[in-house]
Design a protein around this ligand. Structure first.
Ligand code: APR
Ligand code: PHB
Length: 397
């Protein structure tokens, strides 16, 4: 039997950052993760960090590599009608974003946990949680062939959308809100110099496309596809042809092409769990909510959740009062719904919808015209994209 203060299920960005923030507050935690360390450190995910996330990682002392290798961007381009229009975040809201891959954040956090003597059980299987409706929470799992039990005061469910924590809550205690989109993104990583210094979001009659990057020599590109798209139908030549079509401009813009070394399809959904807590179980990150990737909010929401949770737990262990833990869900959900709205809005603005008679596309072009010509409209986009302040009014924890 292992004893700790907080038992954490999942070593994604939410679980790792929570464990790290708790240790800075002098609180012990143990993480139980079903995958191997190599797997979580290599898993390809998104890569845009809001200013608030960057600040949090820096303040927590895990920002060294991000400061050296992250690419700071002061704006993005919206491309439609074969023309590019820049949204200047710096000028509109005085903020920036940082492009730094999620698995690099994960590597930095795993390193920080081990350096501080933190405990992570990788490759745990048959993970289950118990007793969180009373005052004796437990995490049971098998590790290296042995059955283990972790006794803790609280459990943090940071095990992603397909984890076991959320489904362990008795039926009817939580409410779920969901929207599934009729499309997905086919994403690639290519050894090709990004054709622009900033991200390009393209609305094209054939569907959405996004140009992002990982380093000055590696492009990250996405194109809208069917949610169940078969990658076998997408040889590299077809991917490049379709991407070039969607990014075309009147001035003859061309993406730089190069060897593709990773391909994948992601289906898109919006999902929220309310409340994000049941008894002594607290859900954080993708375990509690999913956003479509168009607004680049997934990782940033996870960071915001665990920031609030670490403070509320610190208050509880320091003063004995669970008053702040009781407000955890309400505080997180306000930001979550704001991010849901923004992600849905960006998604509906940029994608091609099935059975569009042409009306939706014309409506999108009119809205894009407004966003790129009205300072007020552009400011709303810039404010949301770079991230709401980490402390919204009323969130003083
Ligand atoms: N037991 C233990 N660990 C589990 C289990 C389980 N039954 N099920 C899942 N996990 C682990 C996964 O292997 C993964 O490492 O939980 C972790 C969840 O990590 P993420 O899916 O990355 O979720 P989260 O940490 O909330 O990160 C936020 O932001 O950019 C978005 O979706 C993207 O992952 C990203 C998310
Ligand atoms: C990425 O770089 O992977 C990325 C960037 C912006 C998004 C989504 C993904 O909106």
């Amino acid at each position: 039997m292992i004893r700790t203060q907080v038992g954490i299920v999942g070593a994604g960005p939410a679980g790792l950052l929570l464990s790290h923030l708790l240790s800075l507050e002098g609180i012990e935690s143990v993480i139980v993760e079903s995958q191997s360390r190599a797997h979580i450190e290599e898993r390809v995910r998104a890569g845009v960090l809001e200013q608030g996330t960057v600040d949090l990682l820096n303040e927590a002392g895990v920002g060294d590599r991000m400061r050296r290798q992250g690419l700071v961007h002061h704006g993005i381009e919206l491309r439609f009608g074969r023309r590019g229009h820049r949204i200047d975040f710096q000028e509109l809201v005085g903020r920036a974003i940082t492009v730094y891959a999620q698995h690099e954040v994960v590597k930095d956090l795993v390193h920080a946990r081990f350096t501080a003597g933190g405990q992570i059980f990788f490759e745990a299987d048959s993970v289950s949680i118990h007793g969180f409706d009373g005052d004796d929470p437990r995490i049971r799992f098998r590790h290296a062939g042995e059955q283990r039990e972790l006794a803790c005061h609280y459990i943090a469910g940071c095990d992603g959308f397909r984890g076991i924590c959320r489904p362990s809550v008795p039926a009817g205690a939580l409410r779920f809100y969901e929207k599934v989109y009729p499309f997905g993104w086919l994403g690639i990583l290519a050894e090709a110099k990004p054709a622009s210094d900033e991200l390009i979001y393209a609305n094209h009659e054939c569907g959405f496309a996004l140009m992002s990057m990982r380093t000055p020599g590696i492009s990250r590109l996405y194109l809208q596809c069917r949610p169940d798209e078969d990658l076998a139908e997408w040889p590299d030549s077809r991917i490049w042809e379709e991407l070039q079509r969607r990014f075309q401009t009147a001035e003859g813009f061309r993406l730089n092409e190069g060897p593709i070394f990773q391909k994948g399809v992601t289906a898109m959904r919006s999902f929220v769990t309310e409340p994000m807590q049941y008894g002594r179980l607290f859900l954080a990150g993708d375990a509690a909510h999913i956003v479509p990737p168009t607004g680049a909010k997934g990782l940033n929401l996870a960071a915001a959740d665990v920031r609030i949770l670490s403070r509320a737990l610190a208050w509880r262990f320091c003063t004995g009062s669970d008053e702040r833990l009781r407000r955890y869900s309400e505080i997180c959900l306000r930001r979550v719904w704001r991010a849901q709205h923004f992600s849905w809005w960006m998604t509906s603005l940029m994608h091609r919808f099935n059975q569009d008679s042409g009306f939706d596309h014309r409506r999108q072009l009119a809205e894009l015209d407004q966003v790129t010509s009205s300072r007020a409209a552009a400011t709303v986009l810039a404010e949301n994209y770079t991230g709401l302040p980490f402390q919204l009014p009323g969130e003083e924890l």
